[in-house]
Ligand binder design. Structure first.
Ligand SMILES: Nc1ncnc2c1ncn2[C@@H]1O[C@H](COP(=O)(O)OP(=O)(O)OP(=O)(O)O)[C@@H](O)[C@H]1O
Ligand SMILES: [Zn+2]
Ligand SMILES: [Zn+2]
Length: 837
């Protein structure tokens, strides 16, 4: 038997499957999706088996055998292997990069060197020396000894070991292992039924009372028990238990244990709520698709507080009733304990949770619950879409519009599109839920090709549950505030409202989508702006450390009090960041309790959850933060939401700014008045007339979407045209420009050849009626024209007609890499980019 193996080297030359022989001893174990160690040139590499064949096209004599198999059960399924290939073509990455992304970090390979007894007979005369004999005997007895261990054991005999290696009596092998091992714990095993323990008890001397206690306990509870647990229960030391094991009465051995990040937390079980009319209409549609095992994509547009989660829960129940599995994706920052609780509360131990705040070990163990089929539901961020389930009935993506679903590093996949692809491979239903759906998804519910149905189906929930009203939103024109002499960052109305809530002991959420203290430092005399010496962006002032920091590369310098350019003392912080607001609140409302949540206060593990718990327990009056406070939170006592400056996002030069502004305002407004108490929202802005601000204040997503879709159609932006962003970087500008221009020229040539023939990459995605059309904009300097001393140029490929463009760009990159390999030029390709930076 022969295997096609993708090796663990993300490079162009190795981006294909290589043939290996499957030795008969490994035949039972090697499957598609297995990780194996294979000889590759002088090394041994980890690889993934992607195909198995009885025959090979190559010269069988020259094919090397697979060295070892890393897993008893393959970590990837056939389907994930195919999905990996799809991702590598769609998003132009190496196939192994896509496959690696599907595995928990614990399964990343580690290469170890070990010593074994060699096959060659070598100079056997060496073995007449007793010292050498001892070493060889030791290695032989172990089979294989890690290099370090051998050197440690025979520390004085380095020269001898070398001699043995040189003679081929010992040989060095490279081994591939997992970076993370399973966690083991010493466990006590009494004999079956406690047999013989009574006898043991009678043999113990009277003064060994601790040992007696242990035996008595085990006679009553003749089951395996973790050593630490036994020590705690009977209040004895480890040595007491060990001495019993030494006498052979009980057995003590290491057993694998699972790290459960939610161990010890009790989740109150919840029952399905009786659905509102809107909920039940939507649920029926989803349930039918799941019940009929039909692949269908639903876009669930439900206003904030309309009860989308309950619909998800009951749809999952349907899935479980049919013996199938479900994946729930949630943006990383919305994956709070509160969120987990809602799922664990309904489905208990059938739920595994995967997110980046888990340690590698915890994540690995959660992941293994999936491969062992101990769980049926996975809830997690982005990468949970690769959960190795085999019978998926339903995939839910909550807050589907979130840009964090797009992975920023290679593989730069969009989770939503991967989910739809995976669901189509398994015949599963997909629910994309949001109060502010992405325009890409909305457009797919409207698109009509010939007489076909649109690719997605729109489901709508317009009302909050229990007839709770949407909170009224007041837009406050900050220019007017200035005119009337208010120079503070709080308008009079917002100030009064905060005062009122403090008085009533209700809670407040304040949003400012900018961290730090001020955006930048500028000299009022000469206009000098402090900027990063390595990147072309201004530095941000951080009050607590009194430092200026670059948010791209981490560069930091001391606060300046004098302009480095003109020595003027009129150098000041401009703009407002969360830290500034916190300080100001303290000044205006002495004694106010503020929790600030932004990247700077949530780096520590668990800090995000800690802040939210404190706020829930009403240990603070105000939750102030960046977009982190806008999403998914459900606090009954929040009756006021204030947006300090709606323009922060609007002013970012990106074609999605209006959409992001609308989403952010709608999401944060949705935090108010979700329970019995009525809520109120204030949006401060310098551009009150902007349609994104206006429609958000009216809670009118559809009107916003129609307006914005018109804008996009006119400018030829997504969702009507798709984009690929190609970024070039190099330390020297002239070289960079030459390369970028040559690239674009070659790209246009290749595209011209393609427009005449139809290429069918993945047939279902290629539409016949949309003729392929492609434009290349640029090259131009990137908006951030330098990062870490590398200059950046970019070009944007705009196209219609689905996937061919990726293929064309891929060919151009390949052509290019062959010609520029010595030049240290870096090219990065982002298909469907979320930001054009
Ligand atoms: N059928 C129902 N009967 C009673 N209460 C319900 C029902 N459905 C949902 N709720 C409650 O309504 C509140 C809002 O629901 P949920 O958080 O699911 O809304 P959502 O649509 O996810 O909102 P958001 O988009 O803002 O996160 C929750 O407290 C939930 O327990
Ligand atoms: Zn100056
Ligand atoms: Zn920098």
């Amino acid at each position: 038997m022969y295997a096609k193996v993708i090796v663990d080297v993300p490079a162009k030359q190795t981006n294909r499957a290589f043939d290996y022989e499957v030795p008969s001893s490994l035949r039972k174990w090697v499957e598609v999706g297995s990780r194996v160690g294979v000889p590759f040139g002088p090394r041994v590499l980890q690889g993934f088996v992607v195909e198995l064949h009885e025959e090979t096209q190559l010269d069988a004599k020259r094919i090397k055998p697979i060295q070892n198999v890393l897993d008893l059960v393959p970590p990837l399924t056939d389907e994930l292997v195919l999905l990996g290939r799809w991702i590598s073509r769609m998003y132009l990455c190496h196939e192994v990069t896509a496959l690696q992304a599907m595995l928990p970090a614990a399964l990343k390979a580690k290469y170890e060197r070990a010593i074994e007894v060699g096959r060659e007979s070598g100079e056997q005369s060496l073995l007449d020396m007793p010292d050498l004999q001892a070493i060889v005997a030791f290695v032989a007895s172990k089979g294989s000894v890690p290099m370090d261990a051998l050197m440690e054991r025979f520390a004085a005999d380095g020269a001898l070991i070398k001699q043995l290696l040189g003679a081929g009596i010992l040989t060095e092998v490279q081994m591939v292992k997992d970076r993370m091992s399973t966690k083991k714990a010493l466990t006590v095993f009494p004999p079956a039924g406690g047999n013989g323990l009574e006898q043991a008890l009678s043999e113990l001397p009277a003064r060994a009372n601790k040992q007696q206690e242990v035996l008595r306990y085990l006679i009553e509870h003749p089951y395996a028990i973790r050593l630490t647990e036994l020590m705690e229960t009977v209040e004895v030391g480890a040595s007491t238990v060990k001495s019993l094991a030494d006498r052979g009465w009980i057995e003590l051995r290491e057993v694998e244990v699972m790290r459960d990040p939610y161990a010890g937390r009790a989740f109150a079980r919840t029952k399905p709520l009786s659905l509102t009319e809107e909920q039940s209409r939507v649920f029926t549609e989803i349930r039918d698709a799941v019940a009929e095992e039909r692949h269908e994509v639903f876009l669930l547009h439900g206003v904030t507080g309309s009860g989308k989660t309950e619909v998800y829960l009951q749809s999952i129940q349907q899935c479980l009733d049919m013996g199938k599995e479900a994946i729930v994706l949630v943006p990383e920052i919305s994956l709070t304990p509160q969120m987990v609780e809602r799922f664990k509360g309904r489905f208990g131990d059938l739920v595994a949770v995967l997110h980046s705040r888990l340690s590698n070990g915890e994540r690995y163990d959660e992941w293994r619950k999936i491969t062992r089929k101990q769980v049926k539901v996975v809830i997690g961020a982005r990468s949970a879409i690769f959960a190795p389930f085999t019978k998926i009935g339903l995939i839910i993506i909550d807050e589907e519009h979130e840009s964090s679903y797009k992975q920023e590093e290679s593989p730069k996949y969009h989770t939503r599109d991967v989910a739809v692809k995976r669901a189509s491979m398994q015949g599963a239903a997909v629910v994309l839920g949001s109060a502010t759906p992405s325009l890409e998804s909305l457009e797919k519910t409207r698109r009509r090709r010939d007489r076909d149905r649109p690719p997605y189906r729109l489901l709508t929930m317009k009302e909050r549950v229990a007839n709770r009203p949407m909170p009224p939103v007041a837009i406050i024109d900050m220019r007017e505030e200035l005119k009337s002499g208010n120079r503070s960052m709080f308008s009079t109305a917002l100030y009064k409202a905060i005062e009122d809530r403090l008085h009533k002991k209700e809670q407040i959420v304040l949003l400012l989508n900018r961290r730090g203290y001020a955006t930048f430092v500028m000299c009022r005399t000469c206009g000098y702006v402090s900027s990063c010496p390595h990147c072309d962006i201004s530095l941000t002032y951080h009050q607590s450390s009194r430092m200026l920091r670059c948010h791209y590369c981490g560069y930091a310098e001391r606060e300046v009090t004098e302009c480095p350019s003109c020595q003027s003392k009129h150098i000041r912080h401009f703009g407002t960041g969360t830290q500034r607001v916190e300080e100001e609140l303290g000044k205006i409302f002495p004694g106010i309790r503020v929790i600030r949540m932004d990247v700077d206060t949530t780096t520590e593990k668990g800090s995000h959850e800690k802040w939210l718990t404190m706020f829930r327990e009403k240990q603070a009056d105000v939750l102030l933060g960046t977009q982190m406070v806008a999403k998914g939170l459900d606090f009954p006592d929040v009756t006021l939401v204030g947006v300090i400056a709606a323009d922060t996002v609007l002013n970012i030069p990106d074609f999605r700014s209006a959409e992001r502004t609308f989403q952010l305002l709608t999401q944060v407004a949705g935090r108010a008045g979700r329970h019995e108490k009525q809520g109120e929202v204030f949006v401060q802005t310098y551009t009150p007339e902007h349609y994104s601000v206006q429609y958000a204040s009216q809670h009118d997503f559809i009107a916003f979407a129609n307006h914005e879709l018109d804008v996009r159609a006119n400018l030829g932006y997504p969702p009507y045209q798709r984009l690929i962003l190609v970024t070039f970087s190099h330390e020297q500008v002239p070289l960079l420009v030459r390369f970028a221009e040559a690239f674009v020229m070659r790209l246009k040539e290749i595209a011209a050849q393609h427009s005449t023939k139809q290429i069918d990459l993945f047939s279902e995605a290629v539409s016949q009626d949309q003729t392929f059309q492609m434009d290349v904009l640029g090259p131009v300097a990137s908006p951030i024209s330098r990062i870490k001393d590398r200059y950046r140029f970019q070009c944007v490929v705009k196209y219609r007609g689905e996937d061919q463009a990726a293929e064309i760009v891929g060919q151009t990159v390949a052509w290019f890499e062959e010609r520029s390999s010595k030049e240290k030029l870096m090219i990065s390709v982002d298909v469907d980019p979320q930001y054009l930076m």
